[in-house]
Design a protein around this ligand. Structure first.
Ligand SMILES: Cc1cc2nc3c(=O)[nH]c(=O)nc-3n(C[C@H](O)[C@H](O)[C@H](O)COP(=O)(O)OP(=O)(O)OC[C@H]3O[C@@H](n4cnc5c(N)ncnc54)[C@H](O)[C@@H]3O)c2cc1C
Length: 415
């Protein structure tokens, strides 16, 4: 029996699905969004545990992203910014550095002795100038080489690469070899040099929540896991059937979407994020700590309560520790591994940290050896009625997910 007809059906309430929905709503179009989970947001979620706000995986908003600038109201998100600079953890302890990307002059003062050379400072200035002059389309049209190769081509010293770029980019690309496309490196570098790194005061999930709040609530159905799409029929796991003139599949690549794509998506990147709390933070500034040790498990550490005090109950510090890869270990095993590694760098106080929760995330980002900045309609429109959207069509970022959603919605309206 045919039931529940809607002109447009969106499957998936991540940033791509929500951005498509907002685009349609702003143009007065009717749609229904089906989301498998109990809340929208997809990979951008924040759990509240014992009064702490735990983003499901360490992630940040780069305020220079063009899509977030156009779709989000930054003021209501009450963005809290990371301080410029970083803490480099190494065999001998830790060194605080200035902001090598936005203020390369700090390299001479702070990095020179521990990581960079005067030539690195000049190379950063050159790179910034180069990327300032390039549009995003031009960045994404460059030949594909790896970030690792690009860093050598840009002339950075091996020390600057291993002490700063390796741990910094590994925390963004979620892979340690820097095999991610140089297009992505250039895009991210441009975004870092042209804006701030921030989180909403109440956690990253405020981003999808803000999008969803601008949609008619009756147009969002939660807990509706779609089993299959056949022509214009959508069958849910609970047996309910929907029909639509146009269907947008805005699920992540390895899930439902892979059955409909002509080229199967390649494997993505995994990461494990572990949250600890303590009475005292290991450092007081809103800085990211990067592990430059060559044989490392932990890649980066952020004291989230230093960035936004609302991430933790008063008087407590919330510490987020990320390690690339999927590590579904016991709490004891993972916290012991982390403590063992961090004590020489951060001191004995690491023993007083208490684990709150850990998130092994199998699919955090799509593979990014080849990425795009724009989407031809031929990649969005699979048939007269079936369309796709998601970060995997462009690159692994909040910006890409929103852009893909918007472009897919426009393609559906165009016919
Ligand atoms: C740990 C981590 C760190 C990251 N760091 C950053 C960062 O710092 N900066 C940045 O810009 N980006 C970062 N990202 C990437 C960014 O979060 C993603 O690119 C973006 O959220 C992807 O959105 P999406 O809508 O394409 O996919 P998703 O968020 O995966 O949304 C897909 C939606 O479809 C739903 N769904 C799936 N199957 C079904 C089904 N059968 N029926 C109905 N619904 C279904 C899912 O529940 C989900 O809500 C990070 C991601 C992770 C996980």
């Amino acid at each position: 029996m045919k039931m529940n007809h809607s002109p447009i059906l969106i499957i998936g309430g991540g940033l791509a699905g929500l951005s498509a929905a907002l685009y349609l709503h702003q143009r007065g179009e009717k749609f229904l969004l089906l989301e498998a989970e109990d809340r929208v947001g997809g990979r951008v979620k924040t759990d509240i545990v014992d009064g702490f706000r735990l983003d499901r995986g360490f992630q940040v908003l780069l305020t220079a992203y063009p899509e977030t600038q156009s779709l989000l109201q930054y003021e209501s998100l009450r963005l809290c910014r990371f301080a410029p600079g970083a803490i480099i953890l190494h065999e001998k302890g830790r060194t605080e550095i200035g902001d090598p990307i936005r203020q390369p002059s700090t390299l001479l003062k702070t990095l020179f002795s521990s990581a960079g050379t005067p030539l690195d400072k000049i190379n950063i200035l050159r790179l910034r100038q180069r990327l300032k002059a390039l549009s995003l389309s031009e960045i994404f049209a460059q030949p594909e080489i790896s970030t690792y190769q690009a860093l050598s081509e840009y002339g950075f010293s091996p020390r600057m690469q291993s002490r700063f770029f390796q741990p910094f980019m590994a925390g963004i690309f979620l892979e340690n070899d820097l095999s991610t496309s140089r297009r992505m490196f250039d895009f991210v570098f441009k975004m870092f040099s042209e804006g701030d790194t921030a989180v909403p005061a109440l956690g990253m999930e405020e981003i999808p929540k803000q999008l969803a709040a601008r949609l008619p609530q009756s147009a969002i159905r939660l807990g509706k896991r779609v089993k299959s799409v056949l022509d214009r029929d959508v069958v849910c796991e609970d047996g309910e059937i929907f029909t639509a003139d146009k269907i947008l599949l805005a699920t992540e690549a390895p899930g439902l979407a892979r059955h409909y794509l002509s080229t199967p998506p390649s494997e993505g990147q995994s990461v494990t994020c572990v949250y600890f709390y303590a009475d005292k933070p290991p450092f007081k500034k809103a800085l990211l700590a990067l592990n430059a040790h060559p044989q490392k498990f932990v890649n980066n550490i952020a004291v989230m309560s230093n960035v936004s005090p609302e991430y933790a109950p008063s008087g407590k510090a919330l510490i987020s520790v990320s390690a690339n890869g999927y590590h579904d270990w016991s709490r004891e095993e993972i916290s012991n591994t982390i403590r063992h590694e961090l004590v020489p760098m951060l001191g004995e106080q690491v023993y007083s940290w208490r684990i709150l929760q850990h998130y092994p995330i199998r699919y955090a980002l799509p593979a990014q050896q080849s990425v795009n900045g724009d989407l031809p309609v031929s990649r969005i429109k699979l048939s007269e009625s079936l369309f796709v959207a998601g970060d995997y069509l462009l690159n692994g970022s909040i910006n890409a997910a929103m852009q893909a959603g918007k472009q897919a919605a426009a393609a559906m309206l165009a016919g």
